[in-house]
Ligand binder design. Structure first.
Ligand code: ADP
Ligand code: MG
Length: 317
């Protein structure tokens, strides 16, 4: 369990992390979602005691990171910047980590195997691709067999096979009862991986909810209707007290009604339909809406940032 209470980090005038309070629980994958610059990496560094909070507190199973005995056996992490000797092999890198943390050397082989690096374990790490580097970082996180794992944007730079592998790994770690905390700026990634979602924007908490609840609350569902008798259809819907908006491509989007109801109304008025399809607005849109709102809010408190900047910003790698 990771507990944050009013966790805050300022860099001069800039508030990178703004009074975050939430708990990361065991047995599930908790996604930590926010646009680039939202404060995810800063929060994770504070959890690991690599950055000092300006205010607030963070505890790992009730204890501060620097008070943990053999911390690698309690919490393992893959952070953005991987510090590693380029001339050292993956095997030696992990062996050094193991030896300085009282972890048996045989564990090195286990984790190399788990991340699929056994074949290149003796090669120098400077020849590693980004994906191999990520795998090595994950091997290091797993080395102490910790009950808590934290990954900062682990799928960055990975190919589809690597992304699938990480997703499966995180789910299986959570299924073993471990606490899994993973950051991403991509809603699409979180939707496939996370059971629980913590969303931040400009350092502030925007949502702390189960994935299912987030989907339920944030996805607009509507029915897309196309008809060659568009005007009659609009009139008929209007008469029935149903609101329809134009979708831009000639179709209508109807909120608050089921496809069945619309189909029956149309049949009764002998209106031909070419399309009648229930739709779900994407989670991406919900995420953008959520974070854009935080931008608007901040625009009044002296740190303006046009929504367009965010819209682009969170898409970039
Ligand atoms: P994320 O990981 O969500 O992309 P970060 O935690 O890296 O966000 O950054 C949050 C904000 O804090 C950004 O505006 C970033 O520029 C700023 N920031 C991060 N680290 C530092 C630092 N060492 N000095 C000054 N500003 C920083
Ligand atoms: Mg980051």
């Amino acid at each position: 369990m990771i507990e944050l209470e009013g966790l805050t980090k300022r860099y001069g005038e800039k508030v990178a992390v703004d009074s975050l309070t939430f708990t990361v629980r065991p047995g599930i994958v908790t996604g930590f979602l926010g646009p680039n610059g939202a404060g995810k990496s800063t929060t994770m560094r504070m959890i690991l005691g690599l950055d000092h909070p300006t205010a607030g507190d963070v505890r790992i199973d009730g204890t501060h990171y620097d008070r943990l005995r053999q911390p690698l056996t309690r919490i393992g992490a893959l952070l953005e910047a991987k510090a590693m000797h380029p001339g050292r092999s993956a095997h030696n890198h992990l062996l050094c980590l193991a030896q300085s943390n009282g972890i048996p050397p045989r564990r090195v082989h286990e984790v190399l195997d788990a991340v699929g690096l056994t074949a290149v374990a003796r090669k120098k790490a400077k020849g590693f691709s980004l994906g191999m580097g990520q795998r090595l970082g994950i091997a290091a996180a797993l080395l102490g067999d910790p009950r808590i794992l934290m990954f900062d944007e682990p799928v960055n730079g990975l190919d589809p096979e690597g992304i699938h592998w990480i997703r499966t790994l995180m789910k299986s770690l959570a299924a073993q009862g471990r606490t899994v905390f993973v950051s991403s700026h991509l809603m699409s990634e979180m939707a496939l991986t996370a059971d629980h979602l913590v969303v931040i924007g400009q350092g502030r908490l925007l949502a702390d909810t189960s994935m299912a609840e987030f989907i339920e609350r944030n996805s607009r569902s509507f029915v897309r209707v196309r008809s060659p008798q568009r005007e009659q259809l609009l009139e008929m819907l209007h008469g029935a007290g149903v609101t329809a908006v134009e979708s831009g491509d000639g179709a209508l989007e109807v909120d608050g009604s089921k496809a069945e109801q619309i189909g029956e109304l149309a049949a009764r008025s002998r209106i031909v339909l070419h399309e009648l399809s229930p739709q779900q607005a994407s989670l991406e849109e919900a995420f953008m809406r959520l974070t854009a709102e935080s931008v608007e809010y901040h625009a009044h408190s002296g740190t303006p940032l046009p929504p367009q900047t965010w819209g682009e910003g969170w898409k970039k790698g």
